[in-house]
Design a protein around this ligand. Structure first.
Ligand code: UD1
Length: 344
């Protein structure tokens, strides 16, 4: 069993991954500043797993926080960290366009500070939360990992820059073990309905928006574009259940710890595309509620279709998704219904 540091471990993907890792018997330390997450998520992860985790509250930009996370100084509690899963970061595309330096600071500089602290502590194993957003406007689908990395916004550039930094470290010969996981569209929730996604303010993303319409928190969904070259004219995405994604992290970690030092760059998706209207219909069936919607103009910066070719992850990790769009809607609805205002 390993002692693992999860930066951003209280967030949506971090909390589900923390649960999977605790259930697998690992020791978990979470570093989080709760700027976009809630300590309640961690309470519930501990409740669900029947195990406790260690919390270091603070940001990557604070040297004392990093020192504590790696068990240094007076605060040292457990042993050394064997590996890091690095979720911490900002992820709103629109905000990144308005405040690019914030994204370069939190996402890129934050990652650099983390990697320096890892190097000092002699910990050279890291799983990084990358994103399919770095493919920009993909020329074809399904997307393979060797397709061009061409971000179209500062958020995407920040993910590509961290991937580059990690690849450069792997070239130093210092035995880094790195997995950059390019997530497609993470959605759904733990089937218990106890943990899930809790965006602040008006959601930018489709799933939380649809859930909030179904539960009556918002009047209607705006469907961005009905003239895309897809089966019903609405945008197609590869939605991945957050529990499948969490299990993908566990598989990546196991592979890194078992095999010789290497750099893995992998798409994590289901390989299946669903349109906006497919999602609306599936959510209506799962919830038994209607989801009123209105067709409006395309959203700038959107692509028609983004679907992963997940075969490299299957080959290298022995992992593939097992949950359907129906499972996603059922579990997402259980979370939304039990927590209409998220963790608040
Ligand atoms: C978005 C981000 C992406 C980020 C990902 C995180 C943009 C352009 N892309 O991806 O960089 O990594 O979230 O999960 O913001 N839609 C509607 N109405 C809505 C919201 C969305 O019709 O109110 C449509 C979109 O046009 C798209 C699909 O739903 O076709 C999915 O949208 P979304 O959930 O925002 O994800 P992405 O755009 O794929």
């Amino acid at each position: 069993m390993a002692r693992l540091l999860l930066t951003g471990g209280a967030g949506f993907i971090g909390s589900h991954t923390a649960l999977v890792l605790l259930e697998a018997g690992h020791e978990v330390v979470v570093l989080d500043d709760f700027r976009n997450s809630s300590p309640k998520a961690l309470e519930r992860v501990q409740e669900l797993s029947g195990r406790s985790l260690d919390l270091v509250a603070g940001s990557l930009g604070d040297p004392a926080t990093l020192e504590r996370a790696f068990g240094g100084g007076l605060y040292s509690r457990g042993g050394a960290i064997d590996a890091v899963i690095h979720f911490a970061g900002l992820k709103a595309v629109g905000e990144s366009v308005r405040h690019p330096l914030l994204y370069w600071d939190v996402n890129v500089n934050g990652s650099r500070l983390l990697l320096e602290a890892m190097d000092r502590a002699g910990c050279r194993t890291i799983v990084f939360s990358s994103s399919a957003t770095l493919y920009g406007m993909p020329e074809r689908t399904p997307i393979v990992e060797t397709d061009a990395v061409r971000p179209i916004n500062p958020y995407g550039h920040s993910k590509a820059a961290v991937e580059r930094m990690l690849a450069d470290l792997c070239e130093t010969g210092a035995d880094w073990r790195v997995a950059s996981l390019r997530y497609f569209n993470p959605v759904g929730a733990h089937p218990s309905g106890r943990i899930g996604e809790d965006p602040e303010g008006i959601p930018n993303n489709l799933f939380p928006f649809v859930s909030q319409v179904a539960v009556g928190r918002r009047p209607e969904l705006q469907v961005f574009g009905s003239d895309w070259p897809t089966h019903d004219g609405t945008g197609m995405r590869d939605y991945i259940h957050v529990m499948d994604l969490a299990e993908g992290h566990r598989a990546a970690l196991d592979t890194l710890l078992r095999e010789p030092p290497q750099l893995l760059t992998l798409n994590l998706g289901s390989g299946r595309g669903h349109s906006v209207l497919d999602v609306v219909r599936a959510f209506e069936i799962a919830s038994g509620r209607s989801v009123p919607y209105r067709l409006v103009d395309r959203r700038p910066g959107d692509a028609a279709e983004t679907v992963a070719d997940p075969s490299l992850a299957a080959e290298r990790l022995g992992w593939r998704t097992s949950r359907s769009l129906e499972d996603i809607c059922r579990d997402g609805w259980a979370w939304q219904q039990a927590n209409p205002s998220g963790y608040r």
